[in-house]
Write a protein that binds this ligand. Structure first.
Ligand code: TNX
Length: 495
């Protein structure tokens, strides 16, 4: 196969050369500095898995011998942005260069897609000792990302996902160079994170889910574990506590958060818009301050998402005053506020971020005042939508989204008054009203999550649907080896 048709997202430039580099069980991996340890270790483990042995050895060595795989960082940099990299495959070795640990990691994800798909499978049959395992075609790759925000959102509130399920999603995100995991941690149907100062949130508010299942929550230790696991794969976790609406689970856990002082019953349906915090009570802000403080202290990333969507029971001035007050709480705990696009008309700090989701609206007003935008337009990027009318799970209020629809759009053209410079990137939300477990998640996410990953990474002029569908089809064997329950979309030539 032409190596260029193996890659999603598509790199900026791949030039094929004559010859190739054989990888054997004797191949050694060197890094010139600690910068590339994560990438080198990942590659060493990946090759080790294919050999059915312990990972290959990784050494730090400023002047490595030829015949090796070498990670370098060049003084003065390679000029490909914070996450860019180059890979040079020559008959006498492979050289990988980047300015950051993330760049080295993305180079390895590219190499991984050039290596045999069967290497993803834990029970792969090892070759004989010293035998060539595979030969990589000689080539020069140069790559950099279009956007710095390449996200995926999991709604663990409507249906809970276990720590292992979330880690699995993190692993799959990394394969396609996604770098933000937004966790929707609280909604009407469940509160999913332990808050020590308000313990009923998790124990009561987390005790059910849509359709009345047992729900669940992450202890703080488990949350920290997820954050660390994601960080090891260069993915920043963005916690969301949706407010002032979508708060029934909190309103059920603490009576004082309700204006009438009466706790609400737990909710397991799928209506939206009926719940809201009592925005006139001081205790509401004491509560929010405690929640933001505890979550912020476990979140090394700079972001805190306050939701802010679909509030049907407050007047516009009540809503705006609430958002502005919560914005200063978030800021006081050292985080940047993100909110769904309903926050666009409020008074935003220059650091606050609008997540644009409603088709036919635009956050232009906030952009004009300097706000930055994450694009999650529901009729393109919502991977909880059905692929086709007959898709067994998923919703269809925004659109039916086949793979082409999720892929074939330009972020810079999608909202009036939101030019490229205002766009941080793209994110694919997966709401879980109809999604009960990781197999359902995988079915809706693959292949569309890979399409969104390329929308976020690759230059517009390099993205052509007819080329993409072939490269996507070539992911089939790898996804199969990884055990991904992906949707075999009929418009894709699956290999
Ligand atoms: C709208 S998107 C919502 C969610 C639903 C989703 C279902 C957004 C900010 N709010 O509460 O789960 O539609 O697609």
């Amino acid at each position: 196969m032409d190596p260029r048709s193996a890659l999603v997202p598509r790199p900026v430039d791949v030039e094929l050369r004559a010859g190739g580099f054989p990888i054997t069980s004797d191949t050694v991996i060197y890094t010139e500095s600690d910068l590339s340890t994560a990438g080198a270790t990942f590659l060493a483990r990946h090759i080790g898995q294919a050999l059915g042995q312990a990972p290959l050895k990784v050494d730090v060595n400023a002047s490595p011998p030829s015949g090796a795989i070498v990670f370098r960082s060049r003084p003065g940099g390679i000029g490909l942005g914070g996450e860019g990299y180059t890979i040079s495959v020559r008959p006498d070795g492979i050289a990988i260069a980047s300015d950051s640990a993330a760049g080295a990691f993305y180079a390895v994800q590219t190499l991984r897609q050039l290596l045999p798909a069967a290497w993803e499978y834990e029970a792969v049959r090892p070759p004989g000792p010293g035998a060539a395992m595979t030969t990589l075609r000689a080539m020069e790759i140069r790559d950099q990302t279009r956007f710095g925000w390449r996200g995926a959102m999991l709604d663990v509130a409507r249906h809970f996902l276990s720590v292992d399920e979330v880690k699995r999603y993190v692993d799959l995100m990394a394969l396609h160079k996604l770098n933000r995991l937004h966790l929707h941690l609280a909604d009407d149907q469940g509160w999913r994170i332990e808050i020590k100062s308000w313990p009923n949130l998790a124990t009561h508010g987390g005790s059910t889910e849509v359709d009345g299942g047992p729900g669940g929550f992450y202890t703080q230790d488990q949350y920290v574990d997820i954050v660390r696991y994601a960080a090891d794969r260069f993915i920043t976790v963005v916690p969301e506590i949706d407010m002032p609406g979508h708060t029934n689970a909190a309103l059920a856990s603490y009576a004082e958060l309700n204006c009438d002082g009466v706790a609400r019953p737990l909710y397991t349906g799928t209506e939206v818009g009926f719940s809201a915090f009592c925005v006139e009570k001081d205790v509401t802000y004491k509560f929010i301050d405690d929640v933001v403080r505890e979550l912020a202290s476990m979140t090394p990333g700079p972001y805190f998402h306050i939701g802010g969507d679909e509030v049907k029971t407050l007047k516009p001035d009540q809503y705006a005053a609430f958002v502005e007050r919560v914005q200063s709480i978030v800021q006081s705990h050292g985080k940047q506020m993100i909110g769904w696009d309903e926050i666009a008309p409020t008074k935003l700090l220059p650091t606050s971020i609008v997540q644009h989701w409603r088709p036919k609206t635009t956050p232009a007003e906030a952009v004009a005042k300097g706000a930055k935008v994450i694009l999650s337009i529901a009729d393109r990027a919502y991977i909880d939508m059905k692929y086709a009318a007959g898709t067994p799970i998923g919703l269809s209020w925004a659109a039916v989204i086949d793979v082409k629809r999720s892929y074939d759009w330009d972020p810079a053209e999608v909202a009036a008054g939101v030019p490229e410079e205002a766009i941080l990137g793209v994110e694919a939300p997966l709401w879980s009203e109809t999604v009960a477990n990781i197999r359902d998640v995988e079915f809706l996410a693959f292949p569309r999550l890979a399409a969104i990953a390329e929308v976020g990474w690759s230059r517009q002029e390099d993205r052509k649907w007819n080329d993409f569908r072939v490269r996507l089809g070539n992911q089939g064997p790898r996804w199969t080896a990884l055990g991904i329950n992906f949707y075999r979309a009929p418009e894709i030539p699956w290999r």
